[in-house]
Design a protein around this ligand. Structure first.
Ligand code: BG6
Length: 484
């Protein structure tokens, strides 16, 4: 089936850096649906050729697997541009006709990609409805939106209501780019295509789970957005919760959007809410030293750039197993990892009876940038006696598979075109995530809030966070991955 991608916000950063390079890459791999057209839409007055020239430059800069002039010339023929005013409902009717003229067949699926400011989502959706552009008489109609999906439960409900007044839920594709990462998808395979992990993936064998998304970068020039968002809205409510759901969910009966997302939602339903009275014992918050000097940060800002929390999942599999989530900017290195820390052996025969959990088995799932998995286990040190040492089995994606890892957007754009929503967030998932995060955001505004710890950049966040972990007789797995 022919497919048209209509990108609202065509002159924006996301379009140049991610969307067009991903579509170009898909074209090179011959993965785009036949008769694909890409129509850029924004207010700027430009011709098709103006836009193509701009995109050639940015794609050469951002395409992951390089730039080839011949394949670009072919790809550029698929690219069109129309200027439009997203707030003008009648203009949508004009664009609808213009796109129909570009489309070579009468029947073509369409993906409406809102790569605009989230403030414009509801207007754009209403105008798509006004122009009858969700109507599926001539092909499927899907809408893709980027996070943030609201800034709290009430606003996300409002956004979902607006979306559902024009589109059915199965036409809505909410992007969380973490789900487009190969290693995140591999979590499904690791857990549900192998039989050896499942029997031990529960409270009987797992002591706790750590999910860390550490970024070396600081907020830089993004404070205009970031200061009102902070780490809870920017990272935890979406990316870390996605990792949490996939780590903790039950196996779906089938791998499809409905079944997978049903299981993910059940995880969030089982997360025990954090009450205001336990906010200090369950969360740590921090701000890196120097944040207040970043451009556009209001003086005295209390925005957290680091958060750690302990969540409990009240179901049979995970009762009593804490999930530690942590994310921050200005950290030691860029690493996203899920650590499954297994329990101590019940009786220690070798070595000192030193029950620090760093001596027990551990599965380290490296989501990025050193994509891979390590299983840590004790081994006898060769020589006299029975001295033991932690060693590991080490799997690396780049060592095992040729070529670089595809960009998340390649997979997600293709899935949206093909109508596979497995790797997109559903409305109930998003609302449940806000239900968990909102009380923390609120409690952090009260006198009961944990102190906002200042931490130096280049380390693993506030020292307080390590002490907090140690007070639970546990330690963070603070290891920067080795890039091979
Ligand atoms: C975005 C956040 O969603 O994810 C950014 O807004 C963050 O603040 C980014 O830097 C991290 O994505 P990745 O893919 O680099 O881990």
């Amino acid at each position: 089936m022919a497919c048209s991608f209509l990108i609202y916000g065509a002159s924006g950063d996301l379009t140049r850096r991610k969307l067009i390079p991903a579509l170009y890459q898909l074209h090179r791999k011959a993965r785009l649906p036949r008769d694909t057209h890409i129509v850029g839409l924004s207010r700027t007055d430009m011709t098709d050729d103006d836009w193509r020239v701009m995109l050639a430059e940015s794609t050469a800069q951002f395409a992951r697997d390089g730039f080839d002039q011949n394949s670009w010339d072919e790809f550029a023929k698929l690219v069109h541009y129309r200027s439009t005013d997203i707030t003008d409902a009648d203009d949508f009717c004009r664009i609808d006709r213009a796109v129909a003229e570009i489309e070579s067949s009468q029947n073509a699926d369409r993906v409406y990609y809102l790569s605009t400011s989230p403030k414009l989502y509801e207007t754009a959706v209403a105008n798509l409805g006004y122009a009858n552009m969700a109507d599926e008489s001539n092909g499927k109609r899907r809408i893709v939106i980027e996070k943030p999906f609201g800034t709290d439960l009430a606003s996300s409900q409002q956004l979902n209501k607006s979306l559902h007044s024009v589109f059915r839920e199965d036409q809505v594709y909410r992007i969380d780019h973490y789900l487009g990462k190969e290693t995140v998808q591999n979590m499904f395979v690791l857990r549900f295509a192998n039989s050896i992990f499942e029997p031990i993936w529960n409270r009987n064998y797992v002591d706790h789970i750590q999910i860390t998304v550490a970024e070396e970068v600081t907020v830089g020039t993004r404070a205009g957005y970031y200061d009102t968002s902070g780490v809870l809205r920017d990272m935890i409510q979406n990316h870390l919760f996605q990792l949490l759901m996939i780590t903790a969910m039950e196996a779906p009966a089938k791998y499809n959007a409905e079944y997978v997302r049903n299981e993910k939602v059940k995880v969030l339903q089982a997360v025990r809410p954090i009450g205001v009275e336990e906010i200090c014992s369950q969360t740590v918050r921090g701000q890196y030293d120097g944040y207040l000097d970043e451009p556009d940060v209001p003086s005295g800002s209390q925005t957290a750039t680091f958060a750690a929390m302990r969540l409990w999942i009240d179901n049979w599999r995970w009762q009593g197993v804490p999930f530690y989530l942590r994310s921050g900017k200005g950290m030691s290195c860029r690493t996203t990892q899920i650590v499954v820390q297994f329990r101590d052996p019940p009786h220690l025969l070798f070595g000192k009876d030193d029950r620090r959990n760093s001596l027990s088995n551990r599965l380290v799932i490296q989501i990025q940038p050193a994509e891979g998995i390590q299983l840590h286990f004790q081994t006898k040190v060769p020589d006299a006696g029975m001295q033991v040492r932690m060693t590991d089995l080490d799997f690396s994606f780049t060592r095992e598979f040729q070529g670089s890892m595809p960009e998340a957007y390649e997979r997600l754009l293709l899935d949206a075109a093909e109508g596979d929503a497995s790797l997109f967030a559903r409305s109930d998932e998003v609302e449940l995530a806000w239900k968990i995060v909102d009380p923390i955001i609120d409690a952090w505004q009260t006198p009961n809030a944990p102190p906002l710890e200042t931490y130096p950049t280049g380390l693993w966040g506030p020292e307080k966070c390590n002490e907090w972990m140690q007070s639970h007789d546990r330690e963070w797995f603070d290891v920067c991955p080795i890039l091979r």
